[in-house]
Design a binder for this molecule. Structure first.
Ligand code: NAI
Ligand SMILES: O=C(O)C1=N[C@H](C(=O)O)C[C@H](O)C1
Length: 271
């Protein structure tokens, strides 16, 4: 049995993970972690609305890892917390699955440094469906080439802190890579005022926020006289959590390195 620790245990994803980990083959939920004062209950099951499971909620990852042998941490918190958790996991020899988004170059570099010492799966979207969409977008961009304008649109709930979503950024990067463009120069995040005609190289990434939208992404390939749209709409967080649980089982015992869901799903060779 692999001991799993869920950080952000009171959050939208944390509570979904606690539920989806129940009965997961080969995995045992050992502890939840929340910021001091954030958890209304001392038991992770109660946080998730499942009643008492006998799974303690600790107020630091360090305390949760004490006494566990070769655990795996599933972390959906924030980019700063994930970077700090990655450093702690590296010091303690724990495997790590990170779903947080909104990384800066600095917080991403800290995760990369940790991944030299432990196996880390980092993906802005853990759902199998979205990873299929990454592959479809890459293929569509390769087939369609430079004759089609590429635009990415995402919509999420009104509590989301980062924009654009990590998934939208990855979709734009996948298209940019397939079209030999540079994401650092060719992504355009918003348009307002007299911005001039659209350039052929740019890939627009636009953000909508509202209500309880779980997560919606569309990549548009807009040509002369036709338009292709590749869309994914999440109607529940369970698919993100199921992907993360699958990643936790996969990452245990792997060599150190930075992996993503393409590795977990065996899609790497097609990249
Ligand atoms: N990769 C994927 O498939 C998905 C990624 N996400 C990302 O996951 C992150 C979390 O999303 P939500 O669950 O919706 O947010 P949320 O705000 O509902 O939950 C985050 C939780 O983390 C806790 N937290 C923050 N810092 C902490 C620390 N140092 N130690 C312990 N707990 C800490 C907060 O108190 C909160 O309860 C976001 O970055 C979001 O974009 C969300 C859904 C899917
Ligand atoms: O914050 C969210 O909710 C989500 N975040 C991820 C992202 O930023 O791409 C994935 C998912 O769409 C939900």
């Amino acid at each position: 049995m692999i001991d799993v620790v869920v950080t952000g245990a009171a959050g939208r994803m944390g509570t979904t993970l606690v539920r989806c980990l129940q009965g997961a083959e080969g995995l045992r939920l050992a502890a939840g972690v929340e910021r001091p004062g954030q958890a209304r209950f001392e038991d992770a099951g109660e946080l998730a609305g499942l009643g008492r499971l006998g799974v303690p909620v600790k107020d630091s990852l360090a305390a949760a890892l004490d006494g566990l042998a070769r655990p795996v941490v599933i972390d959906f918190t924030s980019h700063e917390a994930s970077a700090a958790h990655a450093e702690l996991c590296a010091a303690r020899g724990a495997g790590l699955v990170i779903g947080s988004t909104g990384f800066t170059p600095e917080t991403k570099a800290r995760v990369q440094a940790a991944a030299a010492r432990i196996p880390v799966v980092l993906s802005p979207n853990m759902s199998v469906g979205v990873n299929a969409v990454f592959a479809l977008v890459r293929e569509a961009a390769r087939i369609l080439g430079d004759g089609y304008d590429v635009e990415v649109l995402e919509m999420h709930h009104n509590r989301k802190k980062d924009a654009p979503s990590g998934t939208a950024l990855r979709l734009a990067e996948v298209a940019a890579e397939a079209l030999s463009r540079d994401p650092r120069q060719d992504l355009v995040y918003a348009r307002h005022g007299l911005v001039g005609e659209r350039t052929k190289r740019e890939i627009g990434v636009q953000t909508l926020r509202g209500g309880d939208v779980v997560g919606e992404h569309t990549v548009f390939f807009v040509g002369e006289g036709e338009r292709i749209e590749i869309s994914h709409r999440a109607t529940s967080r369970d698919q993100f959590a199921r992907g993360a649980v699958r990643a936790a089982a996969w990452v245990a015992g792997r060599p150190p390195g930075l992996y993503d869901m393409f590795d977990v799903l065996g899609l790497r060779s097609g990249r």
